[in-house]
Design a protein around this ligand. Structure first.
Ligand code: 5GP
Ligand code: ZN
Length: 114
C-alpha cells in the first residue's frame, strides 16, 4: 500500500525505533508514547484490521505477542503490568488503517494512562 504510513515504516522509508522484526511482523515504538516503551506490533502484510486476518496470519502475528511483551517488561524493572489492545475501525478509535497491536507498559496507577 503506497500511501500507508506503517507499510513505509516496515520498509524503513520512515524513521522508526524497531525493537523486533522477523518475516511476519515488525515491533516499533509508537511515535506518541502513552507511557515509556509504548510499542506497536504490525503484521508485514497490509491488513486493515482484525476483520481481515485469516487464521494463518493470526497465528503468525499473535503468537509473538507474549515474547515481545516479556522483552519490554524485562527491559525495565519499573514495569509492573501492560495494557495490550487493538483498535478496529474508526468507531473503536483506529486512526492508522494498517492493523497494529498496542503494548502499553504500566508503571503505577499514576503513570498517565487512563
Ligand atoms: P490507533 O489510534 O490507530 O489505534 O493507533 C495508531 C498509533 O500510531 C497512534 O498511537 C500513533 O501515535 C501511532 N503513529 C502514527 N503515526 C506514526 C508514525 O509515523 N510513527 C510511529 N512510530 N507511530 C505512529
Ligand atoms: Zn500498510
Amino acid at each position: 500500500m503506497d500511501d500507508c504510513i506503517f507499510c513505509k515504516i516496515i520498509k524503513n522509508e520512515i524513521p522508526n525505533t524497531t525493537i523486533y522484526e522477523d518475516d511476519d511482523i515488525k515491533a516499533f515504538f509508537d511515535i506518541s508514547q502513552v507511557t515509556p516503551g509504548h510499542t506497536l506490533i504490525v503484521p508485514k502484510k497490509h491488513v486493515k484490521n482484525i476483520f481481515e486476518y485469516d487464521e494463518d496470519l493470526a497465528q503468525r502475528v499473535f503468537k509473538k505477542v507474549p515474547m515481545i511483551a516479556r522483552a519490554i517488561k524485562e527491559s525495565n524493572p519499573d514495569i509492573i503490568g501492560m495494557n495490550i489492545c487493538l483498535n478496529n475501525g474508526e468507531i473503536a478509535y483506529q486512526s492508522v488503517m494498517h492493523s497494529h497491536i498496542h503494548l502499553v507498559p504500566r508503571y503505577s496507577d499514576q503513570d498517565g494512562f487512563s
